[in-house]
Design a protein around this ligand. Structure first.
Ligand code: HEM
Length: 406
């Protein structure tokens, strides 16, 4: 098929409105909720923009997550983020491998486990906030992304994976380099290689001396009996690290900025911290940071929303559009932390690949936002919003940096 006549995949937010989904999605949702879009590599894919269609696609295993499935729309997916190469995690697998591997770590991310981690998340957040408070006024503004949004998820994942405390600096330097735009591509490539080597060595260390963490458990319960290979272990670590890190960090940054700009909502939350759970769901819905995915390829002909998607055709699911669908979320463009059905958002996806780390992400966001509101009531952006570098160039939306003062 010639793609010359097709519109490009919308990726840029409307001018002057950094929190809104890419321009063009709202129109498509109304006029052509399943439409064909051109991709940068000369190919094309279906773009699903309506909430009901997005759930139908993500909930249907006739759509494959395996990037090697014919038709899988891979173009533009990496967006400068980490490219782990051979270490394909189960996020890019279909059943039965996906089911087998995901099951091995499900219990580590169950709500009960994560709730037990909450005091630790609070302690880590408090320590990062203490360090921010110690910054001399002459050194303001402080970059909230560097000071809090990135380190917290990094520390949390390090802890779960069993990265030794003394390696935290290395680990944060490498993951920070992977996720930064300010660093040239070749240096990011070097950071990626160094991180893979680091994880490889970490797995070796854990094999020799298992501790009380996910990697060690996978080694003693699965690797030692031949159920997992060394490469599987590395793939687990890379997936959990990458999936759990950039996403939450960007949600922390965007949430903090939103509440700095929306004083009324911030005051409401400060006065009644019990609103925080609903507020986090609404922030997840409102921001929908996964900008042009998840993606799938049809394994069979499937009808969705009255259109036929043929075997071998690719599909891009527009989460930001689905979460602003007025049929499901009336007055969807408004941030309303008391919205009764905010938790029905698809910011964590839907179906068998629905985010494994959602309880952790929720707990991190709840702890960080509550703590920031309490400890830094006067925090504000140190530059006009137009000068904040938003991640319009990335698959995962957010801020590259967020200069703040108080
Ligand atoms: C999957 C979003 C935080 C681990 C997903 C998917 C989405 C998502 C949309 C589905 C991908 C697909 O269907 O192809 C988010 C957002 C987060 C977040 C918005 C933060 C605000 C985390 C955290 C972890 C994590 C903290 C912890 C390790 C994973 C994993 C998968 C996944 C392992 C793959 C699940 C599977 O394929 O079965 N996430 N995520 N995520 N997420 Fe998250």
């Amino acid at each position: 098929m010639t793609t010359a006549a097709l519109p490009a995949l919308p990726t840029q937010p409307p001018s002057g409105c950094p929190f809104d989904p890419p321009a063009g999605l709202a129109r498509l949702r109304i006029e052509e909720p399943l439409s064909k879009v051109a991709l940068d590599d000369g190919g094309w894919a279906w773009l699903a923009t309506r909430y009901a269609d997005v759930r139908a696609i993500l909930g249907d295993t006739r759509f494959s997550s395996d990037t090697s499935t014919p038709g899988y729309p891979i173009s533009g997916m990496t967006g400068g983020g980490p490219r782990p190469g051979a270490t394909r995690g189960f996020i890019r697998m279909d059943p039965p491998e996906h089911t087998r591997l995901r099951r091995l770590v499900t219990r580590d991310f169950m709500v009960k486990r994560i709730e037990a981690l909450r005091p630790t998340l609070q302690k880590l957040t408090d320590e990062l906030c203490d360090a921010m408070e110690r910054v001399d006024r002459s050194e303001h503004p402080v970059d909230l992304v560097k000071a809090l949004a990135l380190p917290l998820p990094s520390l949390a994942i390090s802890l779960l994976l069993g990265v030794p405390y003394e390696d935290h600096d290395t680990f944060q330097r490498l993951t920070g380099a992977l996720l930064s735009r300010e660093i040239p591509e070749e240096d990011r490539g070097a950071a990626r290689t160094e991180l893979l080597t680091y994880i490889d060595n970490l797995v070796e260390t854990k094999k020799a001396e298992p501790g009380d963490d996910i990697l060690s458990r996978l080694i003693t319960e699965q690797y030692d009996i031949g159920e997992l290979t060394h490469d599987d272990l590395v793939a687990f670590a890379v997936l959990l690290l990458v999936a759990g890190h950039e996403t939450t960090a960007n949600m922390i940054g965007l949430s903090a900025l939103t509440l700095m700009l929306d004083r009324e909502t911030a005051d409401l939350l400060r006065e009644d911290p019990s609103l925080i759970r609903g507020a986090v769901e609404e922030l997840l819905r409102f921001h929908s940071i996964i900008r042009n995915g998840p993606r799938r390829a049809a394994l069979e002909d499937v009808e969705v929303g009255g259109r036929l998607i043929r075997k071998g055709e690719g599909v891009i699911v527009a989460v930001p559009s689905a979460n602003r669908d007025e049929d499901t979320f009336p007055d969807a463009g408004r941030l309303d932390i008391r919205r009764p059905n905010a938790q029905h958002h698809v910011a964590f996806g839907y179906g068998i690949h629905q985010c494994l780390g959602q309880a952790l992400a929720r707990a991190e966001l709840q702890v960080v936002i509550t703590t920031l509101l309490r400890r830094f009531p006067g925090m504000r952006p140190a530059v006009p919003v137009e000068e904040i570098p938003f991640r319009t160039d990335m698959v995962i939306y957010g801020c590259h940096a967020l200069p703040v003062t108080w």
